[in-house]
Design a binder for this molecule. Structure first.
Ligand code: NAD
Length: 338
């Protein structure tokens, strides 16, 4: 890796930008600028990183000498910002989802694949110690084939949340609600851990409507995955923003010779019947635990592999399957023109 100090630009100075800036500061990566359409927000967030705030992304890109653009904008503003960075020949680290529609996500992934720079997506939960342990246990083959998998995301998003982030309750800007915004991480984990998905069947709807909000708050679906041995297996998932609190995500995988059960911590039952627990509690984490704790690990890895010739391991193409799954549920529900 180059010894020159890396220079980052953070675009979108809202809640998640704080997590990116904290990680960049801890990693001693310079925040060259913070860009937001709202100048005051840009300036305030920039001040926390001894950086400069601006509303002019194109001026920042035109000035050059930027290693990575972090895209932390609302969903409908992922593609325009990322495409501008790619066109300027700058590496891109994109917050989830890829975009507010599947068509836009496909276009962006195709552009990134030929841009000649690195592009990655913040599916940080793939770095959680528990999730890594699940993946390692499944890859070892010791537990045998998966027989069934199920997941739940039962969170709370109130009128106050949508008042603070109006875009999140407007389907033309967010592309949807609980599936595309909150539970996309768990959808990604299901397909990454159990296997590629060949069938999606589900419904998304509003269970507990909030005035002015037109996105789904609840969804239930089944997936059919192909396992490494070619055998199909079904998973089920239920997700809601209408819960009264943010409960831990659950993810259960039953295998022929053991099981994996994630509820915050991971409980593994091995082939010999022994039970072990993996904690999901990295010290010093500043992210709300229900978001997942591993932004810093993902960001560190992205910068550490910037000069490697191969794509980042969570490239835009690697993030497409989760977006295809949720778009399939939207289409079957007649939502968002999907
Ligand atoms: N990985 C995770 O766990 C995680 C967690 C929370 C949010 N997110 C994602 O982060 C993104 C931002 O979410 P948030 O909660 O920080 O939103 P937010 O509403 O708090 O902040 C978004 C900011 O972007 C600014 N903005 C809008 N359009 C812009 C543009 N074209 N150029 C520059 N700035 C622009 C807004 O003014 C606002 O300040 C979303 O994609 C969201 O899904 C990811």
């Amino acid at each position: 890796m180059s010894t020159t100090k890396r220079r980052a630009v953070v675009v979108g100075a809202g809640d998640i930008s704080r997590v990116h800036i904290d990680a960049l500061t801890a990693l001693e990566i310079e925040v060259a600028a913070v860009v937001d359409l709202d100048e005051q927000r840009a300036n305030e967030r920039a001040a926390s990183a001894a950086s400069v705030g601006t509303t002019d992304l194109h001026a920042v890109l035109g000035a050059g000498n930027i290693d990575v653009v972090h895209v932390c904008t609302p969903h409908d503003q992922h593609a325009p910002v990322a495409l501008a960075a790619l066109a300027a020949g700058v590496n891109v680290l994109l917050e989830k989802p890829l975009a507010n529609t599947l068509a836009e996500a496909d276009r962006l992934a195709a552009a990134a694949a030929t841009a000649g720079v690195k592009a990655g997506v913040c599916f940080q939960n793939r770095y959680n110690p528990t999730v890594r342990a699940m993946r390692a246990a499944l890859e070892s083959g010791d537990l045998g084939p998966v027989l069934a998998a199920s997941a739940t995301v039962a969170w709370s998003r109130t009128g106050g949340y949508y008042a603070a982030k109006p875009w999140a309750g407007q389907s033309h800007r967010s592309g949807g609600g609980v599936l595309i915004n909150q539970s996309i991480h768990t959808i990604d984990l299901l397909q990454w851990l159990v296997g590629p998905v060949t069938e999606v069947s589900g419904r998304a709807f509003q269970l507990h409507p909030i005035p002015g909000v037109d996105v789904e708050d609840t969804a239930a679906f089944t997936l059919v995955h192909t396992q490494p041995d070619g055998e199909p297996v079904r998973s089920t998932m239920w997700a809601t923003n209408a819960n009264a609190t943010n409960a831990p995500v659950t993810l259960d995988i039953l295998c022929e010779r053991g099981s994996l059960s994630l509820r915050g911590d991971l409980t593994m039952v091995s082939a010999d019947g022994t039970t072990s627990v993996v904690s999901d509690d990295p010290p010093g984490a500043t992210t709300p635990s229900y978001w997942g704790l591993s932004h810093k690990a993902l960001i560190a890895d992205f910068y550490a592999t910037l000069e490697d010739p191969e794509p980042f391991w969570i490239s835009l193409a690697d993030a497409l399957p989760a977006q295809r799954i949720l778009a399939g549920v939207y289409e079957q529900s007649g939502l968002y023109g999907g």
